[in-house]
Design a protein around this ligand. Structure first.
Ligand SMILES: Cc1cc2nc3c(=O)[nH]c(=O)nc-3n(C[C@H](O)[C@H](O)[C@H](O)COP(=O)(O)OP(=O)(O)OC[C@H]3O[C@@H](n4cnc5c(N)ncnc54)[C@H](O)[C@@H]3O)c2cc1C
Length: 463
């Protein structure tokens, strides 16, 4: 960056009811603080009690924190949140906006993308590092799409790449400014519940992914892997009713199986690009538009939703049609509950879980495999498997973040998932529960992972 140039960076955070911040948002803040000559500020929308948390966060380096607080904002979905945030950003006028990839409460990965669209900012998603930065442009290394550059103003969404620093004893607090709906000239009809096209109708405990575990020995392992590889991949769990809606538009072939049996007509559009998807929607007038769940589809769907002011439901695991209405089913609250969601706008937009592993087998190591990691790697190589990892394994430097499976890592669905030394926390399970066959190896017979496994070996890893 040129000497003397000050870069204004605004970091958007979601702060939960107990003051917790998404790990991705913490990474976005840390990344902003690490930029030289940057003036960092923070923005969140939430309850007035969040003010104290914001104040304590300013001790890390942000001079000002902005809190959007108004009864009008209560009940906002991602679109209404992006709208309110965009008004505040327009007032603050930063050069760059940093968001975490996703929050943990909603974990849709939509708000940042929709915010970029509402602001008309350039957008770079899934950022792993900043390669270069000046007042006019930014170049980032991304998780799935290599190096990407954009002219400022730009919004980036950040992966879980670092840890937020702690305040030093001598650090001073900045200031917190509260904006009401009026302060940012918000149109009340676009805020809160009235501005939210998606409505959560019902939630229930998420027991999906639970399986009946058959216990085996190491001697039986090879034949179990071989027979599992031959088994057909388990289908998603659409509820088939004899009612059908007229038309689904599928963006690429990936989400097609979700539309089968629920729509009279299925139109496939191969071009996963915002403008061509919008033209196709206008031409076809479908009841629903379905996208896959890879990072490009997630970005394109959120941009389309924000541009057309349509409701978007992320990461659906099933769809249902009842009384001429499409219901979208998805895990929420870190995967602990299943939510049933309806869109008030037409067409309904959804991304559906279609993630595939490039390999048929993934051998995933947990913290329990820390002393046998070389043996685990050798075993994976022997059976031509990809490696995966739990977060605790990654956080302890045993395997790299790229391998992390779970809520704050990746979602995979290989034919065979072998969990070695993984306890089976819900945050891990949401990333692998769509695997066709799950095999768990763990010496603790009460480890929750066995509830999510088809086969189990009660033992330390011993191959
Ligand atoms: C907001 C948030 C997001 C998160 N995101 C993720 C995520 O994306 N992915 C993820 O994985 N976690 C995530 N976590 C962490 C998650 O809650 C668990 O803490 C983590 O998955 C535990 O990792 P583990 O099973 O490897 O370790 P542990 O819970 O320590 O379990 C280790 C297991 O190894 C077994 N063991 C011990 N010795 C051996 C041996 N010799 N051989 C075999 N087994 C052995 C033990 O019996 C135990 O069951 C997240 C947590 C939070 C709060």
């Amino acid at each position: 960056m040129m000497q003397g140039e000050i870069m204004k960076i605004l970091v958007c955070l979601r702060i939960g009811p107990d003051g917790e911040i998404s790990p991705f948002d913490e990474c976005a803040y840390e990344l902003a603080l690490s930029v030289e000559n940057a003036e960092v500020s923070l923005l969140t929308m939430g309850e007035i009690k969040v003010k104290d948390k914001l104040l304590s966060l300013t001790r890390l380096g942000a001079k000002t924190a902005y809190l959007l607080n108004d009864n009008a904002f209560v009940g906002s979905d991602t679109l209404a949140t992006a709208y309110a945030l965009s008004l505040a950003v327009k007032k603050i006028k930063p050069d760059l906006v940093f968001c975490g990839r996703q929050s943990l409460i909603g974990d849709t990965a939509q708000t940042g993308v929709m915010l970029a669209q509402k602001l008309n900012f350039n957008l770079i998603t899934n950022v792993m590092s900043i390669e270069s930065l000046d007042k006019n442009s930014i170049v980032c290394q991304t998780r799935d799409e290599g190096k990407i550059s954009a002219k400022t103003p730009t919004l980036i969404t950040v992966e879980r790449i670092n840890s937020l620093r702690l305040p030093s004893i001598r650090s001073k607090s900045g200031e917190v400014k509260v904006f009401s709906a009026n302060d940012v000239n918000a149109q009340i009809s676009k805020c809160g519940l009235s501005g939210s096209p998606t409505k959560v109708l019902d939630t229930k405990e998420n027991t999906s992914g639970k399986r009946k575990c058959k216990f085996i020995t190491f001697e039986q392992l090879e034949s179990v892997i071989n027979s599992s590889l031959e088994k057909e991949q388990k289908e998603f769990e659409n509820k088939i009713t004899n009612q059908k809606l007229n038309k689904a538009l599928c963006i690429t072939n990936a989400p097609k199986k979700y539309a089968e049996n629920l729509f009279e007509n299925i139109v496939i559009h191969e071009k996963n690009d915002v403008n061509s998807v919008i033209s196709k929607i206008k031409a076809e007038k479908p009841d629903a538009v379905l996208f896959g769940s890879d990072s490009v589809s997630k970005r394109v769907s959120a941009l389309v939703a924000a541009k057309m002011d349509l409701g978007l439901c992320a990461d659906c695991t099933a769809l249902q049609v009842v009384s001429n209405t499409l219901y979208m089913i998805r895990p929420a609250l870190s995967g602990s509950v299943i939510a049933k969601i309806k869109s008030e706008t037409k067409p309904a937009l959804a991304t559906v879980r279609t993630t595939k592993s490039s390999s048929n087998i993934v051998v995933s190591a947990g913290f329990g495999a820390k002393t046998s990691i070389e043996k685990v790697k050798k075993f994976a190589k022997k059976i031509s498997a990809d490696l995966g990892a739990s977060r605790k394994c990654v956080d302890n430097g045993i395997l790299p973040y790229e391998m992390q499976v779970g809520l704050t890592g990746k979602t995979i669905s290989p034919k065979v998932y072998i969990a070695i030394g993984i306890s089976g926390a819900v945050h891990h399970i949401v990333g692998m529960s769509k695997s066709a066959t799950v095999i768990a190896i763990n010496p603790d017979k009460n480890a929750p992972i066995f509830e999510y496994a088809d086969y189990g070996i009660i033992s330390e890893f011993n191959l």
